[in-house]
Ligand binder design. Structure first.
Ligand SMILES: [Zn+2]
Length: 97
């Protein structure tokens, strides 16, 4: 595989993990695939991408090398994404709960 194909946005996995982490503690909102995907897209659109060239296919990102400010931003945006999407879910006209 060409090295250029190894350029990955490491934010993707971080955001996915953060969403799962926060949703685990929430029983009051919809966690369907559509809502989760919307939360994911919202958070990705509101955070700067972190593109890296991953050698050896390593796409695991160590959050501890991020600045405290960046970690705070990620948490804030993910919580905002959950809030925005859960208030205006797009999962059709079916009942939320
Ligand atoms: Zn939903």
């Amino acid at each position: 595989m060409a090295l250029i194909d190894n350029v990955k946005n490491r934010m993707e996995k971080i955001i996915k993990d953060e969403i799962e982490k926060f949703l685990k503690d929430r029983d009051d909102i919809c966690k369907c695939e559509q809502c989760k995907a919307d939360m994911y897209a919202y958070a990705l659109n509101h955070l700067p991408p972190k593109y890296v060239v991953s050698d050896r296919g390593d796409i695991h990102f160590k959050t501890d090398i991020m600045s405290v400010q960046m970690q705070a931003d990620i948490t804030r945006v993910v919580l905002e994404a959950i809030d925005v999407v859960s208030k205006r879910p797009r999962h059709g006209l079916k009942k939320v709960k």
